[in-house]
Design a protein around this ligand. Structure first.
Ligand code: BDR
Ligand code: CA
Length: 307
């Protein structure tokens, strides 16, 4: 039986590959793609999500969601993702967005699904939090929440905070308090998923399909990470999806996690207690190591199955 999932995203170069990986993988049944503003504004992230889903030939519904965090101002990340979110790569216009708003749709799916649903969050957590905070009892219908979010050490948008956690820390706090396990693909994990030109060249050779080639075109626009010594570009978001498809590529550790909601320089920092020093309840799982060659093979192999 495939895992029933909702994929909440903000495409986003790395989100783009995560969307394609999820739709290419029979282990997952993507019930909806929900979209927030994040890497770039909602107008762009929604257009990108629609274009990516349509490129696969699938009719998975794509829903518009929040264009700003629960509190505070919206801030984009065009340095990595370009002004349009996908590095200027031109994709054919996708199908129109499905009617309805992301948080309402997430609640409806949770209410109606026969099986528990896994929430995958690879952008600011606003849509997921809005759904769970307006009808908290629906958390019982959530199998788990798998996030690309946070770091146990240094951030990437501030010295303290990772971009998705920092973009909407109150939303992340809602998820951490909802009573369902939250799985973190943190910056320490995604630093092991460094895409180089050689990785992209390897993928390109796997087929001529439009999805695989678009993924390579998009990934080729991402600058190597200064934070990681220029060794490559961390492919953050597909890690969260790959964990559900091939967990044997990872090692994981139960932990407790909270997020700093203060207004100061630590805002958005995730406090991930891998050694239970706080004695807090274990409300999360942190993914610690990644078999990077296996991960890249998974992505290339799956995207080569798409049109
Ligand atoms: C996360 O932030 C975004 O820039 C990426 O899409 C990813 O979800 C990495 O910090
Ligand atoms: Ca993202």
């Amino acid at each position: 039986m495939p895992i029933q999932v909702i994929l909440d995203c903000d495409p986003g170069t790395d989100d783009a590959l995560a969307v394609l990986l999820a739709l290419a993988s029979p282990e997952l049944n993507v019930l909806a793609v929900t979209v927030a503003g994040g890497n770039v504004g909602l107008t762009h992230t929604l257009r990108n999500a629609r274009a990516l889903v349509s490129l696969t030939g699938r009719d998975t519904p794509v829903y518009a969601g929040a264009d700003r965090p629960l509190l505070g101002a919206f801030v984009s990340e065009t340095g990595v993702h370009g002004q349009d979110g996908i590095g200027g790569v031109v994709l054919p216009e996708g199908a129109p967005p499905a009617p309805g708003l992301a948080a309402d749709v997430i609640r409806r799916i949770l209410r109606d699904s026969v099986e528990p649903v896994t929430l995958i969050g690879i952008g600011p957590a606003t849509n997921l939090a809005l759904a769970l905070t307006t009808e908290p009892a629906l958390a019982e219908r959530v199998a788990q929440i798998v996030l690309m979010s946070g770091a146990w050490a240094e951030g990437n948008v501030t010295p303290a905070a990772e971009f998705n956690a920092w973009s909407d820390p109150e939303a992340l706090a809602v998820l951490l308090a909802c009573g369902r396990p939250v799985v973190f693909a943190t910056l320490e994990l995604t630093a092991q998923a460094l895409v180089t030109q050689a990785v992209i060249a390897g993928w390109r050779g796997l087929g001529a399909g439009r999805c695989l080639q678009a993924a390579c075109d998009i990934q080729a626009t991402v600058p190597a990470s200064r934070r990681l010594g220029g060794a490559g570009a961390p492919l953050h978001d597909p890690c969260a999806v790959a964990w559900l498809i091939q967990p044997e590529l990872f090692t994981a550790r139960p932990c407790s996690a909270r997020v700093d909601l203060g207004p100061g320089p630590g805002r958005g920092r995730t406090l991930i207690d891998r050694w239970n020093r706080t004695g807090d309840k274990l409300n999360a799982v942190v993914l610690e190591t990644l078999d990077a060659p296996g991960f890249f093979d998974l992505i290339g192999g799956r995207l080569a199955l798409l049109p």
